[in-house]
Design a protein around this ligand. Sequence first.
Ligand code: FAD
Length: 433
Amino acid sequence: MAERTQLPATSSDPIVIVGGGLLGVATLYELVSRGEPAVLLEANQSVADETSFANGGMLTPSMPDPWNSPGVGAHLIESLFDPKSPLKLRWKAIPGLTFWGLEFLRNSAPKRHAATTDANYHLASYSTKKTDDLRRELGLKYDFSDTGTLKVFESEAAMDGPRALAERLEVHGLKFEALDREQTIAAEPQLGPIKDRIVGALRYPDDHVGDARKFTQDLSKRAMAAGGEIRFGARVDRILREAGRVSGVEVGGEVLKAKSLVLAAGVSAAGLGRALGIRLPIAPAKGYSFTIDASALGNEMPRVPVIDDAMHAAVVPLGQRLRFVGTAEFAGRDTNIDPVRVDNLKALFERMYPHLSDRVDLSTGQAWAGFRPMSADGRPFISQSPIEGLWLNCGHGHLGWTKAVGSARLLADQMLGTPTEIDATPFRYKRGR
Ligand SMILES: Cc1cc2nc3c(=O)[nH]c(=O)nc-3n(C[C@H](O)[C@H](O)[C@H](O)COP(=O)(O)OP(=O)(O)OC[C@H]3O[C@@H](n4cnc5c(N)ncnc54)[C@H](O)[C@@H]3O)c2cc1C
């Protein structure tokens, strides 16, 4: 696959991107569309085969707050004893999370949490707009919809926190509407049968929806048409250095030289970084989705993604399909699909749309689990690393779809020395500088 050489990398070598998920493919497109030769290496046989495979599909600048909200520690401890807890810590994951866990808790201090929320909002909002620009410009097909999202509540008290967050973000540009019961049903008529249970909702009109995998597949074709190269079945075993800077990678015993390298390997970025002495506090936060064909619903198909704030889960229309998605488990990299978590998602659908549950065939639905690459402070790494020529685009946690296109732009601007359109400082490897 590659030249066997120890010669130093030269400027005629390509930029090598490790990882063909949302972040790697968006980076490839961004670089090649600006005339930079780039090669993407993906261990699997297709793009978007890991965490970008069947995520919630929502582009949500409305949800920029990281999951280590103040008080999260007590919540995680309680979750050890509750099999149904939406945010769950498993005993077996604790030893592997020690350092990351301490950082996660340290960053739950109110001031730090608020600063991360603001930084994430700016990136998420920028990225959602850039994703839409790209969709229009390239005619990308990915079951796009711009109906916004609805977060529904069963008590006024439950609505207070999310409303306060939305009010705080309003000064940064977030649009939202607080809806009463009647207005909520008008926004999504299929919620009518549970009207009496709902007190209201927050509607975020600028949130978008789309299938992240279809987007990644379509964008990868556009990147290749623009001169980019993707090699499948190419697992990077080692990142190589010469004279203090990155010089290439080793793949299956062969060497591929690189002018510079972008680490976009999702949850595997931490391990690849560690081998070079770079600490990337990124842990896998496992989540589930269950996707059904809902074409039988015809006019009764829900139109708007509805988020149940109490269950940290959502029912999301994606074209003719419905995807039930949510839950987060710190369980290491256990790929097993736990039927209890899947049943929780089916129960959410039945609770939200009781009149529709016997109109669809749940037995043919597809259960999936993936690992959100969760950084300890809730912000992705989009910058050069301490090693010259090694760039980072990883750690996007629960918002990797929302932030993919914007992160790729932000990184490409830094790599090519172009002024960035938003502040890149919060996403530097060295935080706060
Ligand atoms: C249940 C769930 C719901 C979610 N819902 C949403 C949502 O609604 N909105 C949102 O914005 N985000 C959502 N997310 C988060 C989002 O899916 C992730 O942040 C995003 O997919 C991460 O993309 P990535 O490219 O960093 O990682 P990945 O998609 O995992 O890609 C990394 C790639 O690197 C490859 N790789 C790893 N190591 C190597 C190696 N050594 N050599 C070569 N290749 C390698 C892997 O094979 C993989 O393909 C959700 C996540 C989950 C799990």
